[in-house]
Design a protein around this ligand. Structure first.
Ligand code: 3AM
Length: 175
């Protein structure tokens, strides 16, 4: 199973973001379908199905030891990372608790063999992949509120019509 931890983008917000993308940005690279919008907290990579229970119990234990808080992100900036060729939408600031959660989940992933990320955590929704040049600034600035009360363990499945993400487990965040 190919897994990652993520915050879900609710369907109505995803449609709003896709509408804004169509209005405010030229087509750049490959458009990510609105149904696939998410905010990755930590990438786990390939995990044997037999190890899934262990991973979930480790997350339970982490959350019990240090509960992470629910919150809200203001998705108000866009960015471009030339190396993966990704154009994204994300917040300029975010709660330390969210960065802490991403760090903890990344640590659990590392225990299961995934590479620890070395770059700074920047929450983001990938809008376009395979961009070879930086897209121009949006003609309309983004301003989307993304409330989050839980995070999910997602499975990435390659289908005939592209990649699809399916939730495998979820954890509520405290107040
Ligand atoms: O949230 P985004 O779209 O930026 O790029 C992949 C996607 O991130 C990333 O995990 C998310 C779900 O697929 N990803 C894929 N392979 C990766 C890897 N080897 C990776 N992130 C880190 N290392």
């Amino acid at each position: 199973m190919r897994l990652f931890f993520a915050l879900e983008v609710p369907a109505d917000l995803a449609l709003g973001i896709a509408d804004w993308r169509a209005r405010a940005l030229p087509l750049a690279g490959r458009e990510v379908p609105a149904a696939n919008f998410h905010i990755t907290l930590a990438f786990i990579g390939e995990l044997a199905e037999a190890a899934l229970d262990t991973l979930c119990r480790e997350v339970d234990a982490q959350i019990a030891a240090r509960p992470a808080a629910a919150g809200q992100l203001q998705l108000d900036q866009v960015g471009y990372w030339p190396r993966p060729g990704i154009f994204w939408l994300g917040p300029q600031t975010w709660p330390d608790t969210l960065g802490g959660l991403a760090h903890k989940l990344g640590g659990l992933g590392a225990r299961h063999g995934s590479e620890r990320r070395r770059d700074r955590f920047q929450p983001h929704v990938t809008l376009f992949r395979h961009c070879t040049t930086p897209p121009p600034a949006p003609t309309e600035l983004p301003q989307f509120a993304l409330p989050y009360r839980e995070f999910l363990l997602m499975e990435s499945r390659q289908g005939r019509h592209g990649v699809r993400y399916a939730p495998v487990a979820g954890w509520s965040l405290g107040d």
